[in-house]
Design a protein around this ligand. Sequence first.
Ligand SMILES: Cc1cc2nc3c(=O)[nH]c(=O)nc-3n(C[C@H](O)[C@H](O)[C@H](O)COP(=O)(O)OP(=O)(O)OC[C@H]3O[C@@H](n4cnc5c(N)ncnc54)[C@H](O)[C@@H]3O)c2cc1C
Length: 385
Amino acid sequence: MKKTIIIGSGLSGLSCAHYLDKKKFDVKIYEKESYLGGRVATEDVNGFKCDVGFQVLLNNYEEVKKIGVYDKLDLKYFNSGASIYNKNKNLNLYNPFYHPIKFLQSNLLKILTLSDMINLFRLFISSKLKEKKVGELFQNRFTNKSQKLFLNPFFKGIFLSKDLNTDTNFFLKIFKKFALGKASLPSNGMNILPKTIAENSKLDISFDSEVDKVKNNKVYFKNGETEVFDYLIIASPIHNISQMTEIDTKMDYNENKTIYLSSDKNRLNKSILLVSDDYETNSIQCLTNISKSYSSNNLNLYSLSSLNTKATDDKLINEFKEIMELDSKDISFVKSYTIKEALPASKTKIKSKKNIYFCGDWMEEPSIDGALKSGRKVANKLNQI
Ligand SMILES: Cc1cc2nc3c(=O)[nH]c(=O)nc-3n(C[C@H](O)[C@H](O)[C@H](O)COP(=O)(O)OP(=O)(O)OC[C@H]3O[C@@H](n4cnc5c(N)ncnc54)[C@H](O)[C@@H]3O)c2cc1C
């Protein structure tokens, strides 16, 4: 048996551990935090479940299917489509694949022109685009109205990218996934996803074990302990790799700020409310309308997501009050998360070095599916040794 260490219990590390051949590899995961899941974390705050940064799980991710946990997550679904906050009146846009009649009856023509609809359909059947970046694609092919009301807030929110500097190949994949799938939350919070993978595969994880450095087949922990290894997989975000090894590597990350607020007033349905660029707020959702378990009392839990980590809580809460038409007395602050390194802004590769391998969303694509895939690919490579 080869002694195999994985650094990081995010989805990429868990996926790698899941797929490694346990007859060949004795696998142990070391995680610096006291919880597993990395960027897919959920915190209990005063009776509310707060995902550490609002995110959703699509029900048609290939890698989540492959790892076999969808049916254990008790998924609760958002409405397929979006609501759009537009000068005091919300417009609704339904997904034509799920709600063809509602799609036609909705505020369609207030959001999209006929040419926008044709261009969306063209994108749906495209496999490659001449434009390299999403911002350029939208500007070339869509009207200002559709960009402002729908395309910009929707896709900026998905890629957490203020300038939509995202690669169009990744865009095409995600656009089709959203069109054909549904956005959901596990009923008990996003962290149930990594937890279920770890429990199903009976993974051995040591928490509060921060790796300081890696040298000569040995891992040195911050607490002074050491472990030797035959194989090492570093499944951490890219900036942590340069801290642990002598590999000099850097990457820009897109950021996110998520604020949780509670209220006894229920202002939203099951849709994600998109907010235009005139505001610092990108989207608002009432999580308890999706899953009642996000609150253990009778209050509604809202999350507000912004792409600007410099926007103050006060500013965002004031926008929330304006958009939701609520007074200060109607809402209570629950929690605010500022995530500087939320999503890798691009993709890179670090080649394996002798017995040291790397995985993470930064190597594949910035998503749950990308992280799982990168871990599976490393495991497959090692299983062939
Ligand atoms: C705000 C936000 C919104 C998102 N929205 C979506 C979405 O809607 N849909 C979607 O598909 N994806 C979304 N994502 C992306 C998705 O969550 C990530 O791509 C994925 O979780 C990354 O997994 P990972 O394993 O690559 O990295 P991480 O989850 O970052 O895992 C790395 C792990 O390594 C550990 N670690 C680091 N250094 C050390 C060390 N020295 N010693 C020990 N352990 C260490 C970390 O603590 C962490 O647990 C979102 C992410 C964020 C933050």
